[in-house]
Design a protein around this ligand. Structure first.
Ligand code: FES
Length: 89
């Protein structure tokens, strides 16, 4: 069964811009979705350099969708959307 893969960028820009606060996602996702969703930390995903002065960090990737200025709510919404699309909810 396909899983949804979530990558939280832990590169310097994203970390400084708040991705450290997204680490609670690991517990939240585990409790809410069990094995259907896998959350991992990642080195710089290279999105922060596209427009560095006005970077939209922190970045999180949910499968192939890039979430800018990521918050826990935004990531959970995208996971829900993805699971619905995959017919798991
Ligand atoms: S530090 Fe996150 S995309 Fe570069």
């Amino acid at each position: 069964m396909a899983k949804v893969n979530v990558k939280i960028c832990m590169g310097t820009t994203c970390f400084v811009m708040g991705s450290s606060q997204l680490q609670d996602l690991v517990d939240i996702v585990n409790k809410r979705y069990g094995e259907d969703v896998v959350v991992v930390g990642s080195t710089c995903l290279n999105y922060c350099t596209d427009n560095s002065e006005y970077s939209k960090a922190p970045y999180v990737k949910v499968d192939d969708v890039i979430i800018q200025e990521a918050t826990i709510d935004k990531v959970l919404q995208e996971i829900d959307r993805k699971l619905k699309e995959d017919g798991k909810q």
